[in-house]
Design a protein around this ligand. Structure first.
Ligand code: FAD
Length: 313
C-alpha cells in the first residue's frame, strides 16, 4: 500500500503527529517500536502541560489512546516494528517516493516524519544502574525539584552539564560538577555558573563508584591532575549529562546531520535537507529536548507536511 505520510516513532513527537495526521485526514502509517518514548521510565512527570503530575507509564498509555481515538480510517498503526532503512526513488510524476523497510515489511510513501528520539548515554560504573531512579538521574529539568536543599553532583563538563548545574543551583544546597577532561562548555556559561558560591567544579575527574542503601549516599571519584587516587563525597543525587545517542542511523547518508548524528532541520517548519523528509523531537539538532517541545515540533511539521501534500496533488 502507498501512503501519503509515514510517521516513525511513538514518543510524544510521533503521537502528536499521529493525532494531527488523523484530524487532517492524511493517509498515514505510524510505525513505532513502542509507545511512550524516553520518559516512560519516570515515576512522576510534573511539567507535562495541563497535567500537574503523571507517571511515565500513564503518559505512554495516554499518548497511545489519543492516537487510537482519532486514527479512524486514516492512520494505520504498526506497533512493535522497527524501521531499518529508508530509500528514495523518483516517481513517474517526478515526485520523491520513499521506501521504508522495517523488520517485517517495506512500505511506500510520499513523505516521512522522523520522530525516533534518542537515548541518554548511560554512566557505566558500579552502582549507576542499581541507583537509576533512586538518586541517579538523566534529566535536571525533569527531576531537579526533587532535590531541593540537597547536595548533588553533575557528571559532564559540556554545555549540558553546566546548564544542568545552573538549573540545580536554584534549589540544591550544593552542586559539584565533575568533568573527565577540561570543561567543554562555552566559557561564558562556565564563568557564570562558577560565580555561584554553592558551586564546585573539578576538571580531570572521573567517577568511579556510587554507593547507597535505598537511595544514593555517596560518589567516589579519582583525579589525574592534580593526582588524587580516590575521594568519596556524601551526596543525595547524581545528574548525568555525558551525551545522547540519537536514533537516526537508518537515515545516515540520506539527510544532513550534525557531529552528534542529530538531524539538521529548518526550525521554522522541521524540514530536513532531503525534500519529502521532516524530523521532530529529540532526534533533531534542536537545542532543547523535552516532551512538550517534541510535541510542538511535530505539530509544526504536520502543518507543513499537510500543505506540501496539497501542493503535490
Ligand atoms: C529518564 C528521563 C526522564 C525524562 N523526564 C522528562 C520530564 O519529566 N519532562 C519532560 O518534558 N521531558 C522529560 N524527558 C525528556 C523527554 O522524555 C524527551 O524529550 C521526549 O521523550 C522526546 O520525545 P520524542 O518523541 O522526540 O522521542 P522519544 O521519546 O525518544 O521517542 C522515540 C520513539 O521512537 C521509537 N523508535 C526509535 N527508533 C525507532 C525505529 N528505528 N523504528 C521505529 N520506532 C523507533 C521509540 O520506540 C519511541 O517510540 C525525560 C527523559 C528521560 C530519559
Amino acid at each position: 500500500m502507498n501512503y501519503d505520510l509515514i510517521i516513525i516513532g511513538g514518543g510524544p513527537a510521533g503521537a502528536a503527529a499521529g493525532v494531527y495526521a488523523a484530524r487532517k485526514q492524511i493517509k498515514t502509517l505510524l510505525i513505532a517500536e513502542s509507545f511512550g518514548g524516553q520518559s516512560v521510565e519516570s515515576t512522576e512527570i510534573q511539567n507535562w502541560i495541563g497535567t500537574p503530575a503523571i507517571s511515565g507509564i500513564d503518559l505512554a498509555k495516554n499518548l497511545k489512546e489519543h492516537v487510537k481515538f482519532y486514527a479512524g480510517e486514516f492512520v494505520n498503526i504498526k506497533e512493535g516494528e522497527r524501521v531499518e532503512s529508508v530509500e528514495k526513488s523518483i516517481s513517474e510524476s517526478q515526485q520523491p517516493i520513499f521506501q521504508v523497510k522495517t523488520s517485517k515489511e517495506t512500505y511506500s510513501t510520499k513523505t516521512i516524519l522522523i520522530a525516533t528520539g534518542s537515548s541518554r548515554k548511560k554512566l557505566d560504573i558500579p552502582g549507576a544502574k542499581e541507583f537509576e531512579g533512586k538518586g541517579v538521574t538523566y534529566c535536571a529539568s525533569c527531576d531537579g525539584p526533587f532535590f531541593a536543599d540537597k547536595d548533588v553532583v553533575v557528571v559532564g563538563g559540556g554545555n549540558a552539564g553546566f546548564e544542568s548545574a545552573a538549573q540545580l543551583l536554584a534549589y540544591c544546597k550544593s552542586v559539584t560538577l565533575i568533568s573527565r577532561g577540561e570543561f567543554r562548555a562555552d566559557p561564558i556559561t562556565v564563568e557564570k555558573v562558577l560565580e555561584n558560591p554553592k558551586m564546585t567544579a573539578l576538571t580531570n575527574a572521573t567517577p568511579v563508584k556510587i554507593k547507597g542503601t535505598d537511595f544514593v549516599k555517596s560518589l567516589t571519584y579519582k583525579r589525574t591532575e592534580p593526582f588524587v587516587d580516590s575521594v568519596e563525597i556524601a551526596i543525595d543525587g547524581i545528574f548525568v549529562e555525558i551525551g545522547h545517542i540519537p536514533a537516526t542511523s537508518f537515515v545516515e547518508g540520506l539527510v544532513e546531520m550534525n557531529e552528534f548524528k542529530n538531524i539538521k532541520i529548518d526550525h521554522r517548519n522541521q524540514r530536513t535537507s532531503m525534500k519529502g523528509l521532516w524530523a521532530s523531537g529529540d532526534c533533531t539538532d534542536g537545542l532543547y529536548h523535552q516532551n512538550n517541545i517534541a510535541t510542538g515540533d511535530a505539530v509544526k511539521a504536520l502543518e507543513d507536511i499537510y500543505l506540501e501534500l496539497q501542493r503535490m496533488k
